[in-house]
Design a binder for this molecule. Structure first.
Ligand code: SF4
Length: 134
């Protein structure tokens, strides 16, 4: 795979990494296929908007792309999983990365379901807890 194919945004000289490369704090969400997973994704976006850190690609780590892994190792990381299955945390563990801060959506007032009708409200509930504990 060429460096350019291995790179979602940055220029070709930066290798297999993404828009968060070189950033001090990276925010990573499981972004799973449930309300809880999508709340985790919303929290990641909101933390990026608030300047807490840069949203980052868990998929790059899951795909074992070295640039993504090395950037995550070098950064402070805030990881948000949707449920106790902990997919994002487990993806980190494969490469010996321990999240600097870790949140699980279902431990913060949201029950997991395949129901995306209340994402905005559920995100607000979880965001309040996350901000209080950052
Ligand atoms: S942590 Fe839970 S919600 Fe997130 S991807 Fe894994 S199983 Fe899905």
């Amino acid at each position: 795979m060429s460096e350019q194919q291995n790179n979602c945004q940055a220029g070709p000289k930066t290798g297999d990494t993404c828009c968060g490369a070189g950033v001090t704090t990276l925010v990573v969400a499981c972004s799973g296929g449930s309300n809880a997973g999508q709340v985790s994704n919303n929290i990641m976006i909101e933390l990026d908007r608030k300047g807490v850190g840069n949203a980052y690609c868990l998929a790059g780590i899951g795909a074992a792309l070295s640039g993504f892994i090395e950037s995550a190792k070098a950064a402070r990381t805030v990881v948000i999983d949707g449920c106790p299955t902990g997919c994002a945390k487990k993806a980190f563990e494969k490469y010996g990365i321990v999240p600097s801060q870790y949140f699980v959506v279902t431990e913060l007032g949201v029950q997991k379901a395949h129901d995306f009708s209340r994402l905005s409200e559920e995100t607000s509930v979880v965001m309040k807890s996350v901000l209080e504990n950052l």
